[in-house]
Design a protein around this ligand. Structure first.
Ligand code: NAP
Ligand code: MG
Length: 405
């Protein structure tokens, strides 16, 4: 490697696996160059969370990063780790400062059947994790009256729109989003699709939401046509807008292979649905962040796996699945390789992914979460360390026989 990637370390069992993966599967094969940021909860506490901001600065500068899961403190965590306060979720800080979109992609292996039997390729959910009801306001009124939306412009002008009339007690909700953030969202989605060679769907309900959803639709169309259409056509990729109900039924009948961009609430629901429908294990899903100007960060979709960590601390062997962590590394390294046109690094990343697949699909050596849902039945339920050892064996075999070139 000539240029570095940003490595963001984290907490608990995810951290334990992170280091195992790095030592066993990466360092022996890659001349690794990293800018290391330790976001362990105690370091965030000691630095008043400065370390998270430093990591974001590094991501902006370097352009590629990999991240381990981190604790988002709540009251219990403040006690457990004796923290000064409930620090913000690092993921929220990173996403916000990079204006990025999160893409949740299932890791597909042949012996875990998706709930929908037609699905052969991933459906990646891109959630616009900004605005709408998540920053809206609601009110309950006790008697009849008129409901209005009032906008007060800083230029002094104001707009007053009547929403409707309430004949008695009722509930009211209002929300908003900035157009700038919709543009960023659209750009991240199209960029990601090009990177991953996937078609794009955007789905909303513009027939009913004639201003709000319609504006999303317009912006997606505008960004697509102005900035991406040519490259999409050249690559044989497509962009389609669907009404969201239509999209749901089409998705079920499809074979997958697309990025599904969704507004904040739809994306929230969809990403959990897809996580379960594709694999039934959080450890078989990655989460990638892409900013509109191309900053990329890969991580596992799961958290720090706290329950397993307590067992690990008691000295027990755990069967925690490191697949998504391995894939986060491979995707980060692959991205670095693609940006630098470093064919060796790209090849190594592909081999690493194949080695994981072979371990699960061919050797049928899996951790307990997969054992429960695998068809046909697996050969061996192993510990985290044993799983990594098997991946390593497969990787060495592939690299020494130059199986993937
Ligand atoms: P979690 O760490 O994702 O784990 C929830 C459960 O899912 C585990 O107890 C385990 O089930 C299963 N699981 C998750 N990953 C697994 C793996 N790799 N292998 C096998 N099983 C796995 O979620 P959580 O326990 O709700 O959260 C723990 C901490 O993670 C929290 O402090 C939270 O703030 C943080 N978190 C961080 C991120 C992030 O940094 N991106 C994301 C989510 C949560 P069983 O116990 O049944 O085996
Ligand atoms: Mg959700």
């Amino acid at each position: 490697m000539e240029k570095p990637i940003v490595e963001i370390d984290g907490d608990e069992m995810a951290r334990v696996m992170w280091h195992l993966v790095r030592e066993e599967l990466i360092e022996p094969y890659v001349e690794l160059k990293v800018e290391y940021y330790d976001l362990h909860i105690k370091v965030r506490d000691e630095t008043e969370d400065r370390i998270t901001l430093d990591a974001v600065e590094a991501l902006k500068r370097v352009g590629v990063g990999v991240k381990c899961a981190t604790i988002t403190p709540n009251v219990e965590r403040v006690k457990e780790y004796n923290l000064k306060r409930e620090w913000r979720s690092p993921n929220a800080t990173i996403r916000e400062l990079l204006d990025g979109t999160i893409f949740r992609a299932p890791i597909i292996v042949s012996n875990i059947q998706p709930a929908v039997r037609f699905w052969k390729k991933p459906i990646v959910i891109a959630r616009h994790a900004v605005g709408d009801i998540y920053s809206g306001a609601g009110v309950r009124v006790e008697g009849p009256g008129e409901v209005h939306i009032i906008f007060k412009g800083v230029d002094g002008r104001s707009i007053d729109v009547k929403v409707g009339t309430l004949g008695g007690a009722g509930i009211i909700q209002a929300y908003h989003v900035a157009e700038k953030s919709i543009y960023s969202f659209a750009r991240s989605v199209f960029r990601y699709a090009l990177m991953s060679n996937l078609n794009v769907w955007f789905a909303a309900k513009d027939t009913i939401s004639k201003v709000y959803d319609a504006r999303f639709k317009e912006i997606f169309q505008e960004v697509y046509e102005r900035e991406f259409k040519e490259e999409f056509s050249g690559r044989g990729l497509t962009y389609e807008y669907y009404l969201i109900d239509d999209a749901y039924s089409r998705a079920i009948r499809s074979e997958g292979g697309f990025v599904w961009a969704a507004k904040n609430y739809d994306g929230d629901v969809l990403s959990d649905l897809m996580a379960s429908a594709f694999s039934g294990s959080l450890a078989m899903m990655t989460s990638e962040l892409l900013s509109p100007d191309g900053v990329y960060m890969a991580e596992a979709a799961h958290g720090t796996v706290q329950r397993h960590y307590y067992r690990y601390l008691r000295g027990e062997k755990t069967s925690t699945n490191p697949t998504a962590i391995i894939l986060a590394w491979s995707k980060g390294l692959r991205r670095r390789g693609e940006l630098d046109k470093n064919e060796d690094l790209i090849l190594y990343a592909k081999n690493l992914e194949e080695a994981v697949k072979k371990t699960i699909e061919v050797d049928r050596v899996v951790t307990q979460d997969i054992a429960k849902i695998s068809e046909p039945p697996i050969n061996a339920v192993v510990t985290t360390e044993e799983f990594i050892e098997t991946v390593k064996k497969n990787l060495e075999h592939m690299l020494s026989h130059r199986i993937l070139v």
